[in-house]
Structures are given as C-alpha cells and as structure tokens.
Design a protein around this ligand. Structure first.
Ligand code: SF4
Length: 541
C-alpha cells in the first residue's frame, strides 16, 4: 500500500489512489480486520456500561485542556519536579535536532508506538544519520520491513496476511519462515529482543500526560513499550502538548476509551505510569539514579504549530481509529487518505488546522465525502466534516487544489441546477407521468441524484407520502439544486445562493413543509437555519 505523502497535489493524489485501490487484497485484509475489531467491541460492550459517560468526560477534558498553556506549564513543572528532563520543541526540525542530540554517540535506538515520531519523520532522519531505528511493536516492525504505510493505529499491519508476513520475514532472515503465527511472532520477538538488550536509548510515545502528578501514561499490549522504557539507560518520550490532561484519573479515562475503541478489549495488557527515572536510596540513604530502569527520562513535547492553531478541535483526537473503521472513503482507498502518523480525515484536519494547506491537500482534502460518519463514532466528537469544509473554502479562495472536474461540477450547478452536467429538464422526467401538482402545502424535494440516478426511490417516496395522506406536490424540472455539492467543494457563495433560491421556490409553491428522501439535500437545506426560519418552512428527511 502506498504511504501517505506530504504536500502532494490532488492530481498526484489521484495516481496514488489508483495504485492503492488496485491492491484489492490489502484493502480486503484491512476491512476484514476492521470487522474483527467491531465484533470484539460488540462482544465486550456490556463490560463497559459507562462508555457514553466516559466519552462525555473525554470531550470535556479536551475542551478544557487542549491549548491551555497554563496546564502545559503545570505538567512541565510536575514532570521536572519528578526528575524528568523536559524539552519543548517549537517545530519538527527543532524536535529532530533535540532527539539527535539526545542520541549523540549512539548507533541504535529501539522504539515503540508514537504517532508524532511518524509526523516528524524521525526514523528517516535518524537512519540517514547512521542511527538504526528498530520498531519493537510487531505490527510496526512488519510495516517497517515492508516499507508500507500503517493502516490502523493499533493494527498497523492488519491489511497483511500471514502468508505475506511469512514471505517478508523469509526475505529478511534469508531463510524460510513458516506461516504459523506463533512462529512468526517468536522469530520476530527474538530478533527485537536482541536489539533491545543492546540499545542504550529507547523512544516511546505517551497516551496521556497527567499534569497534577507529573506522570507519563503509556498503554500497550505486547510489553514492548515496557522494555523500551525500562531496559535502556535513557528513555525518551516523544509526545505533543494536547496529550496533557489534568490528572491520572483523566489519563486512565483516555486509556480505557482508546483500548476499547481501537481493539475491542476493555483494558490493555499494560498501562505503564512513569513518574521519573529509576533510582535507589539503599546505600547510606543517598539517591543513585538508574537501578533497574533508566537513569534518565526525557520528555520531548513537539508543538509544531499546535498551540497557535486557530482550530484546536482536531487535537482532541486520541488516536483510537474508530473514524477509520467507519469512514466510507478510507475503507475504499486505505492509508493514502491521511497524513504521516495520522490516518484518514483527522490527518487532513491536523494539517489544515495548522495552516498547512498543501499538506492537507496531499493528505486527501477532497477524499472526504463529508458524510459525518466519523463524528458519530468519535469519542471526542470531532466534527471532521465542518473542519474539512473550512479548509476547502480557504484553499479554494487561494486557488489551491482545484481540479477541472470541480469547475465543471460547479458550472453545472449554475447552468443546469444539478451537479451531474445534464440538462435541467431531465430532472423532472421521473415524475412526468405521476400527475403531481406543482403547488401544495407538502412539497416533495427529490434532489438531483435521486431524480437522475435513483428515480425508483423518488417514486416510492411519493407513494409513501400519498399513502400517509400527505398529497405531495413536486416542482418537477423546476426543482433546483440544494447546493450541497457546492458547499462540499468549498464554494460557500454558490451553496448559500442555491439554498436561498430553493426556499424562494418553496414559498412560491405554497409549501409549509418540505420532505426529502435525500440525506445530502436534507443536510444542505437545514444548513442555514436562518433562511428556513425566515421563510417559516420546515424541512424533513
Ligand atoms: S478522530 Fe476521533 S475517532 Fe478518529 S482516531 Fe481520533 S479520536 Fe478516534
């Protein structure tokens, strides 16, 4: 599977998407793994009865903490008080420089999961400087050896079959490796262990940082993060300011949600709470650092535009991957949708919210269908659709990312009152023999796509309304486009003008109630409540 790239334009992205969708086996494997997660969530749902309350608490925590520089300062003070060395890197380059400095004189580092290290392309930089980076999570190691993109935060290689992994390992170890999963895990565990015992520095991420206690919380199942953080002399935690929460209780809430939503389990095998370097005071009651664990623990906060971001909501993400599982676009194209370290629409938002429009375009700004399915399942209720629309408006205004197809669709809406580039009169064809009145208190709004592509749905909707005694009217070929597609393409003026004109038509037809069977039209007509209020017309789906 091709990796998500930085700053690729939409034309370039189309070629990448074409290649990605051609790899059907990988996409099938990914979707199958997603179903397994959903099945496990269903099985265990009864064991986490307070799920909704936990999500509510998470949202409130994120609203209160993300972007709060005082809370960050409190976390830094508590961490320092506990003996951590804390570095704040303003941007990716400063972060890479700081890590290079921490690893001075070393030629090997072992590492466990950390999205931000992918975001700042740490491994590429270290490898280029002659420092070998060994991923210790099995999935991450597979992806590292395969040179492909991870497809899910906790199941990075879940698109690959055991056969593919066996071939990959056979090549890596230069001898046949069986397809038996136990053998595959054993052989890689042994190799990773041989690196961990040699490494003098280990890098991990953090799932949360508790400001009050000055604690780093790391969740994992394999045990690798414990080894990376305990066995080497130096443990470097690479994280971001939005991981700071007020207390350990809040951190546990994050871990609980993240575990259930990303794996279906209700608790992970390990929750490490690191509150400083290892030390002993068993000799004359003097403190000596580095007994069984590391002498030094460094926490590196990578800001990289986060504190200054105008829209902070994308930083509410806890990386659970629920949005990927339920995203219709991601299920079709895989990880070409997203930015390094942040798969799917949230990757687009994290780039765009920091003003990185080229990167947002390269991450697939126009791959999002604006369906809102991600928001429904997101524990932080991140409104990706809204964020994507804002970035599209901005990039459109600056002339970036426009495709000839977009221009054609927008012209079609202006000229034909539909985005499908067909003459307006064709929109009324489906209703021509039904004898529907053009005026009436209840008006059926079929919408462009239903009228032109799913005529049977429109006819059935009319039959249903009639059976309910509604006597629906229909505007026939005079029905306009609701403007939904224009808004999705970032042309707010066109979208608003279409909504306004639709309501003008509804009033002229004497409608008090407009019923539509199209979810897109329903959402577009309800998008400007002030227009609906002004006309006093209710829209129902
Ligand atoms: S955007 Fe929401 S659903 Fe997606 S990974 Fe982040 S927290 Fe999970």
């Amino acid at each position: 599977m091709p990796s998500p790239r930085k700053a690729a334009g939409p034309k370039d992205l189309r070629a990448v998407v074409d290649r990605a969708v051609a790899d059907r086996a990988a996409l099938d494997g990914m979707r199958m793994s997603f179903s397994t997660i959903v099945d496990r969530q269903r099985e265990n749902a009864g064991r986490i009865p307070d799920l909704d309350a936990r999500k509510e608490r998470l949202r409130k925590t994120k609203e209160a903490c993300v972007g709060d520089e005082e809370m960050l300062a409190q976390a830094i003070a508590s961490l320092r008080g506990n003996g951590f060395r804390v570095i704040v890197a303003k941007d990716a380059e400063a972060a890479r420089r700081a890590i290079r400095e921490e690893l001075r004189g070393l030629d090997l580092v072992v590492k466990s999961k950390s999205n931000v290290t992918k975001e700042i392309r740490l491994a590429e930089m270290l490898e280029a400087e002659g420092i070998q980076v060994v991923e210790t999570d099995l999935g991450d190691r597979i992806v590292q050896l395969a040179g492909c993109a991870p497809v899910h935060p906790t199941g990075p290689a879940c698109h690959m079959t055991r056969g593919e992994i066996s071939r990959l390992f056979s090549k890596h170890f230069d001898r046949p490796v069986s397809e038996d999963p136990m053998e595959l895990t054993r052989i890689m565990r042994d190799e990773i262990a041989s690196y961990i015992v040699k490494a003098r520095a280990g890098i991990t991420g953090a799932n949360a940082i508790a400001a009050n206690e000055g604690a780093v919380v790391i969740v994992h199942n394999e045990g690798n993060a414990s080894k990376c953080s305990m066995l080497p002399d130096k443990h470097i935690v690479v994280t971001t300011p939005e991981k700071v929460v007020p207390s350990l209780d809040d951190a546990v809430n994050v871990t609980k949600l993240q575990t259930y939503l990303s794996t279906g389990k209700i608790v992970s095998s390990y929750i490490n709470v690191v509150t400083g370097p290892s030390y002993t005071a068993d000799i004359e009651k003097q403190v000596y650092a580095g007994m069984h664990g590391p002498k030094e623990v460094v926490v590196l906060f990578v800001d990289d535009g986060r504190l200054e971001a105008g829209d902070k909501e994308p930083q509410y993400c806890i990386g659970c991957g629920m949005c990927l599982i339920h995203c219709p676009a991601y299920n079709v194209v895989g990880p070409v949708f997203g930015s390094p370290g942040h798969m799917g629409g949230i990757g687009v938002l994290l780039e765009g919210s920091r003003g990185r429009d080229d990167e947002a375009l390269g991450a697939g700004l126009y791959l999002c269908t604006s369906c809102g399915a991600c928001t429904e399942v997101c524990p932080s209720r991140i409104d990706t659709k809204k964020g994507v629309a804002a970035i599209r408006r901005r990039t459109r205004a600056s002339g970036k990312g426009l495709l000839p197809e977009h221009t054609a669709v927008l012209s079609s809406i202006r000229n034909y009152e539909n985005p499908w580039q067909v003459p307006r009169k064709q929109k009324g064809k489906w209703s021509s023999g039904l004898g529907l009145p053009r005026k009436g208190e209840v008006l059926y709004f079929s919408g462009c796509s239903t009228s032109l592509l799913f005529a049977e749905t429109a006819s059935r909707a009319v039959r249903l309304l009639t059976a309910c005694g509604a006597e629906p009217a229909h505007l026939g070929e005079a029905e306009r486009c609701c403007g939904s597609v224009a808004r999705k393409l970032g042309d707010e003026n066109l979208a608003r003008s279409r909504a306004e004109q639709c309501f003008e038509d509804f009033r002229a037809a004497g409608a008090k109630q407009v019923v539509t069977s199209c979810p897109g039209c329903s959402s577009a007509l309800k998008h400007y409540p002030e227009i609906a209020d002004r006309y006093g017309i209710e829209v129902q789906h």
